[in-house]
Ligand binder design. Structure first.
Ligand code: ZN
Length: 191
C-alpha cells in the first residue's frame, strides 16, 4: 500500500539490493490465493530480502509477496513510516486477522495500481497474528493507518485487491484506468 504523497516522492533509482519489479493489476498472480509458508529456509529468506528491498525502493507502507510474483503467505509492513518509535519494517508470515472493530474511511493506493487512489472503508482497529521472519509467533494490535496497511496486505494474500472494497458505481468510474493498467501488465495481450 502507498499513500499519494509518497508515490510522488518515489524514485526510480537503485538501492543496491535486489528490488524486484512490482506486478501491476491484470497480472494473474495478484488474484491467486497465496500458498501458506511451510518452512523458513534460504529460498524464503531471499524472497523476504527482495520484498523488503522492493518496498523500500517504492517507498511503500506495505508490500505483499504476490506483488513481486511470489504466491506465498508473506508480507512486509513499513512500521517506521507508520510509527516513529519503530525502527524496522515488520515481516509477517501466514498472517491471520483475529479481531476487527470500528470503521474508518480513508484514501488508499496500491503499488500494483500506479496513480490510482480511492477512499476505502475498513475496520479501524484490528488484531493480527502470524510468524515473524525467524518463525516466532507474533500478535499485533493496530489501529487507524497501521490497521489499514495490515488489512490491505493481508487482503493481497487472499487475492483481494483494494478496488474490491469499492462500490460498483465507484469501480465503474475507474473502469478506464483499470483497463489501461491491465494493458500495461500484459503488453501485447491484445485489446
Ligand atoms: Zn496493495
Amino acid at each position: 500500500m502507498i499513500p499519494r504523497a509518497e508515490a510522488r516522492r518515489a524514485v526510480n533509482g537503485k538501492t543496491g539490493t535486489a528490488a524486484a519489479p512490482i506486478r501491476i493489476y491484470g497480472d494473474p498472480v495478484l488474484r491467486r490465493r497465496a500458498d501458506p509458508v511451510e518452512a523458513i529456509d534460504g529460498e524464503l529468506e531471499a524472497v523476504i530480502e527482495s520484498l523488503l528491498a522492493s518496498m523500500a525502493q517504492a517507498r511503500g507502507l506495505g508490500l505483499a509477496a504476490p506483488q513481486i510474483g511470489c504466491s506465498r503467505q508473506l508480507c512486509a509492513v513499513n512500521l517506521p513510516a507508520l510509527d516513529e518509535r519503530r525502527q524496522r519494517p515488520l515481516v509477517l508470515i501466514n498472517p491471520v486477522v483475529e479481531t476487527l472493530d470500528g470503521s474508518a474511511t480513508q484514501e488508499e493506493g496500491c503499488l500494483s495500481f500506479p496513480q490510482l487512489y480511492a477512499e476505502v472503508a475498513r475496520p479501524q482497529r484490528i488484531g493480527i497474528r502470524g510468524l515473524d521472519r525467524r518463525g516466532k509467533e507474533i500478535e499485533i494490535e493496530a489501529q487507524d493507518m497501521m490497521a489499514r496497511v495490515f488489512l490491505h496486505e493481508a487482503d493481497h494474500l487472499n487475492g483481494v485487491l483494494f478496488i474490491d472494497h469499492l462500490s460498483l458505481i465507484k469501480r465503474q468510474l475507474l473502469r478506464k484506468q483499470l483497463k489501461e493498467l491491465s494493458r500495461r501488465a500484459a503488453p501485447g495481450a491484445g485489446d
